[in-house]
Every structure is written in C-alpha cells, then in structure tokens.
Design a protein around this ligand. Structure first.
Ligand SMILES: NC(=O)c1ccc[n+]([C@@H]2O[C@H](COP(=O)([O-])OP(=O)(O)OC[C@H]3O[C@@H](n4cnc5c(N)ncnc54)[C@H](OP(=O)(O)O)[C@@H]3O)[C@@H](O)[C@H]2O)c1
Length: 344
C-alpha cells in the first residue's frame, strides 16, 4: 500500500458471542465492524489474507483446554497468514508476510510482540496454513515422533481425507508402512485417498460396518492407529490391534460437539492383551521443530511422494462461521481455509 492510499479505518471481525454447548449455533458468533485507530510509532498494520479453520477452535470457544478459553466478546482465535500493509516499526517491512494468530478479522495491529513467524515471500499462503502449516506438521509430529512406524507396518488412519489425516497416511507410507488404510465419511473421499494419495484401502464409516471392514482390510492387525476421530471409531480400531500396536491420539472430533461426553471405549483391555500403547500429543509441543518439519514436508512434496489438497472458501471473514461448520459435517476434503482478502 503506497503512502497516498488511505489506511483502512474499520476492521470486520467475528467475535465470540456465547459459548457453545453441543453443536455450534450461529448465535455463538457476532459480526462486528470495529474502528481501527491510527497507527502509533512502533506498530504495523497487517491485512489478513487467509485464516485456518481448525476443529480445536470449537474447544477454545467452550472452555479452558490446553489454551485458555476465548473470552466472550473477543475475535475467534485462529491462525492465519497476514501481510504488512503499513509500518511504523522497522522490524516489519511493508509487503512481508507472517503466519500468526490473526484471529477471525480483517486486520491485525502488531506491536513488537506479534506472535508469529515470517514466511518466505514465495511460499503460497494457503499451503503455509495447510501442508507446511500446523496441519501438515501435526501429521509429521504424530507419525514421525509418536507412532514409531516400522518397516512393513499396517497403519490405519481415521479422518483420513481431512487436512491432517490425508498427510499422515502418506507419511506412514514414506516411513515404510507396508499397508495404509484410511477411514473417511464419503465414497468420494475414499476414492481420493486410495486413487490419488496411495492408500491401499479405505472404509466409508457412514455406509460400512467399520469394525468388520477394519478386520477384513487389516488381516494381520493394526500396528499403528492414527486417530483423529475417537468414539466408536476408536473402539472399532482397538478391536483389531496387532501385538505391540501404537495408538496415536491426535484428536477426537466425533465428540467435540457433544453436550455431554460420550462413554469411553469399552475395550481398553485390548491394550493389555495386545501389549499396546496409546499416546496423545499436541503439535504445540514441537514448535521448535516446525522449520525442520516444514522443510521435510517440502522435500517430500518436491519429490512427488506427498500430495496435498487445500480447500479455500471465499466471501470474506463473515463466511468463517458457516465454513467452520463444514469440519463437523464432513463437507471439506483436505485442509479448510477462508480467504479473507481479497474477499472474492
Ligand atoms: N493434536 C494436535 O496437536 C492436533 C493439531 C491439529 C488437529 N488435530 C486434530 O486432528 C483432527 C483433524 O483435524 P483437521 O484440522 O485436519 O480437520 P479435517 O480432518 O480436515 O476436518 C475434519 C474432518 O473430521 C471428520 N469428522 C467430522 N465429524 C466426524 C464424526 N462425528 N465422526 C467421524 N469423522 C468426523 C470429517 O470428515 P469425514 O467426512 O471423514 O467424516 C471432517 O472432514 C481433529 O480431531 C483435530 O482436533 C490435532
């Protein structure tokens, strides 16, 4: 933005109006137009280009989890990519881009303490939120740091056509898995992961008997189960663990909209019988390894061993609440982001 262009004076935001209890209702969100005060010395103004839609936002809206709950009246917390459009701080060059907690809004006023990291100018901002962002790095962390994939292993992934699961299954293959099976919610998703991503087989959990199908598709048992879903899916997978299996708990989206927590798996004794271990992880614990992970993912993509898909919803920040719902209805395939600017 050159010096002659007036700076924006209004910031469209989506605020947390009330906490969800059960499915996220439209009333949980408030659309606001907040005045943007003139920039002060030491500040920079960033325009948000894209925000990342992540299931974990649902938890931040409701209560304290591994991060404090979003305060009522604050913009919805989320990662995003933003570009500096005006600067009164030498540390922020106009035109430079950052991955940061941009939240659901059009502009971020940054002081010296912007929580974010600069992005290479040639990096696609959508991919910076997808395969090279926390989503891809979550798959990297879970598969390379927790799952302990061994040559020839049978690896089962739930949420396998989502941003995290689609990358996780392919990393398992790269690490030497002998068989990779995915669980997803539509035939189109199953066709995508087996056709384009190289999964050996897929289960449509909405139309097939998931327990029976895992048994058929993993005849030697499941050595690694990378779980994004929890609930009945986790219970079904536990029934088919191989000896010494590793169950990697990445998420449990099937329960995020439950007003009351569903009962846990009834078959945890399978962990005893199969001498298996079950371990959760948070990608935040690997923050210091993000550059290494992003580089590794980029190498795999460049080598043609890792494919990725990002879905971009346009229409400005106002569409974020409706787009967010797609994560829970299963309308997204691959990583879901909202394009904030340009609006169309
Ligand atoms: N541990 C960490 O640090 C970390 C970091 C990022 C994400 N995660 C977790 O990873 C998981 C995936 O996140 P993501 O951002 O990559 O989202 P995503 O997988 O791209 O989108 C969510 C997908 O979950 C599936 N789903 C929704 N409700 C479901 C239900 N009731 N039963 C079964 N599947 C359901 C849907 O696919 P279908 O059509 O297949 O149902 C939907 O497309 C989430 O559990 C998330 O919390 C964990």
């Amino acid at each position: 933005m050159d010096d002659a262009t007036p700076l924006p004076t209004v910031n469209r935001q989506v605020l947390l109006a009330q906490r969800p209890h059960g499915p996220v209702a439209p009333e949980c969100f408030e659309h606001a137009q907040t005045p943007l005060p003139p920039l002060q010395d030491g500040q920079a103004l960033l325009r948000v280009l894209y925000v990342s839609l992540d299931p974990t936002i649902r938890g931040w809206m409701e209560s304290d989890t591994y991060l404090p709950a979003i305060p009522i009246g604050d913009p919805i917390r989320s990662g995003g990519v933003a570009e500096v459009i005006a600067s009164r701080n030498d540390a922020f060059a106009v035109g430079s881009r950052y991955f940061a907690m941009t939240n659901w809004q059009e502009y971020v006023v940054a002081d010296a303490d912007l929580m974010g990291s600069p992005l290479p100018p040639d990096l696609d901002p959508v991919e910076a939120l997808g395969v090279y962002g926390t989503t891809g790095i979550t798959a990297w962390a879970g598969m390379t740091q927790v799952a302990d994939v061994q040559e020839g292993d049978t690896v089962l992934v739930s949420g396998a056509a989502g941003g995290t699961g689609s990358v996780a299954g392919q990393i398992a293959r790269i690490l030497g898995a002998g068989r990779v099976v995915g669980i997803a919610g539509t035939d189109a998703k199953c066709a995508w992961i087996t056709g384009e991503l190289g999964f050996d087989a897929a289960v449509n959990y909405r139309t097939e008997d998931i327990d029976a199908r895992i048994g058929e598709l993993c005849p030697d048992g499941v050595d690694v189960f990378f779980d994004n879903v929890g609930g009945d899916t986790l219970e079904a997978a536990l029934n088919h663990l191989a000896l010494g299996a590793r169950v990697v708990l990445c998420g449990a989206i099937s329960g995020y909209n439950d007003a009351e927590p569903a009962p846990g798996p009834r078959n945890l004794m399978q962990l005893v019988v199969q001498r298996a271990r079950m371990e959760g992880f948070l990608v935040l614990d690997y923050l210091d390894r993000f550059p290494e992970a992003a580089l590794q993912l980029a190498v795999w993509v460049a080598e043609g061993r890792l494919r990725h898909r990002e879905e971009v919803v346009t229409g400005g920040i106002e569409v974020a609440p409706r787009a967010f719902d797609r994560l829970f209805t299963g309308e997204n395939m691959g990583k879901l982001v909202v394009q904030v600017w340009p609006r169309d």
